[in-house]
Design a protein around this ligand. Structure first.
Ligand SMILES: [Zn+2]
Ligand SMILES: [Zn+2]
Length: 379
């Protein structure tokens, strides 16, 4: 697909436009590029579709927020119309935009829309991922219970896949035509045939295996490729992997909600991973080498003599990759120091002796440094 234009640009509204402004802008574009006004004009048709898509995203508070944050490459897409906008999708929006009911769509456009296909419902699943799986991306196989096409009738719902006849009301077209007055002027409109619900045919004998529905419930194992860098609450979608539709229609989508399994020692801060390192008093004072967990195994870290609690060490690129592939986060090691709680008498004596050593008293510059660090935590 070619690069997409910015949705705000398409509708010629500002990023702060209200929902009323967006609706108004879309209405203007829809009238301007309407197929009835621009017969056989491919460019107008593209503009018409483009505006409809922009409106679908910007008129939905959640989708708009997602678009504002991630742009066209929003993780998981925007659901629904990722495969491109069809004229049916657009006309189904029109009731909302122009008020009133426009039935199955406007006439005049192409003039030969076929019978309507049912759409299967979306299937929602959750996947639980460890930080390690999130870091590398992972293939998950999950078993789902879903509607699949009935194999006995090839999804038609008709006995043997043949026991149906063309609808006599609409002659198989799935639509009935009438003249209607709309705010766009008088127009020939088509609406769904009431006899066949737009399918263009009627079943004469139902398939017994699916009770004439064309779908049956079955277990299916689905392989899901989770990209690296996903996060709790993100939704991925796999087009066409949802429930099959009645009477051989279009499959719904599989929507995958990401859940993060908490790690015993690490936690996530966007793409960074944080570890709290608890040093002994002696290691903090004398320096040394400590072992620190990372997402993929343990690493050795050198502690400088005189390391203060509150210091943060940063291991570059030891965090999580960005979902947009822009770089990788870091591992942040927050230093704290364990102060012993139970001491023997001789240890107490040693510490009491050290208390009077000038080296145990922080200098003014050390005090200032620690104070300013402390203060930053309250910013
Ligand atoms: Zn069947
Ligand atoms: Zn019909």
């Amino acid at each position: 697909m070619a690069t997409k234009r910015d949705y705000y640009e398409i509708l010629e509204v500002t990023k702060t436009a209200s929902s009323e402004e967006i609706k108004k802008a879309y209405r203007k574009k829809a009238i301007q590029f309407h197929p009835d006004k621009n017969p056989d004009n491919k460019e107008a048709e593209e503009k018409f579709k483009e505006a409809a898509e922009a409106y679908e995203i910007l008129s939905d508070e959640q989708k708009r927020a997602k678009y504002d944050r991630y742009g066209h490459s929003a993780p998981g897409g925007f659901g629904g119309h990722d495969g491109g906008f069809s004229m049916d999708d657009i006309f189904s929006q029109f009731g909302d935009i122009f008020g009133g009911h426009f039935g199955g769509g406007f006439g005049g456009f192409g003039g030969q829309r076929g019978p309507r296909a049912n759409r299967g419902s979306d299937l929602r699943v959750k996947v639980k991922l460890t930080l390690k799986e999130i870091a590398s991306g992972v293939e998950k196989k999950i078993k789902v219970k879903k509607y699949v096409s009935c194999s006995y009738c090839s999804g038609t719902g008709a006995d043997n896949g043949t026991a149906y006849e063309t609808c006599s009301t609409c002659k198989g077209s799935g639509v009935v035509t009438r003249i209607m007055n709309t705010m766009l002027g008088q127009m020939q409109t088509q609406s769904t045939c009431p006899s066949c619900n737009g399918e263009g045919k009627n079943i004469t004998k139902k398939c017994v295996h699916c009770s004439g529905e064309g779908i049956v419930r079955e277990d299916e194992v689905i392989t899901i490729n989770i990209p690296a860098g996903v996060a709790e609450g993100m939704q991925l979608s796999m087009s066409g992997k949802g429930n099959a539709a009645r009477h051989g229609g279009v499959n719904g989508d599989l929507l995958i909600l990401v859940e993060e399994e908490p790690h015993a020692e690490l936690f996530r801060d966007e793409n960074d991973v944080v570890y709290n390192l608890l040093l002994t008093v002696s290691t903090a004072a004398l320096g040394g080498t400590v072992v620190v967990p990372t997402i993929d195994g343990k690493v050795k870290v050198t502690i400088e003599p005189g390391t203060q609690p509150g210091k943060v060490l940063r291991l570059k690129n030891k965090g999580l990759p960005s979902i947009n592939r822009y770089g990788t986060g870091d591992l942040l090691i927050n230093i704290s120091v364990y102060i012993p709680e139970n001491l023997s008498d001789s240890e107490k004596d040693t510490l009491t002796g050290l208390e009077n050593s000038p080296n145990f008293q922080p200098s003014k510059s050390v005090k200032d440094k620690i104070f300013s660090h402390f203060r930053k935590m309250f910013d």
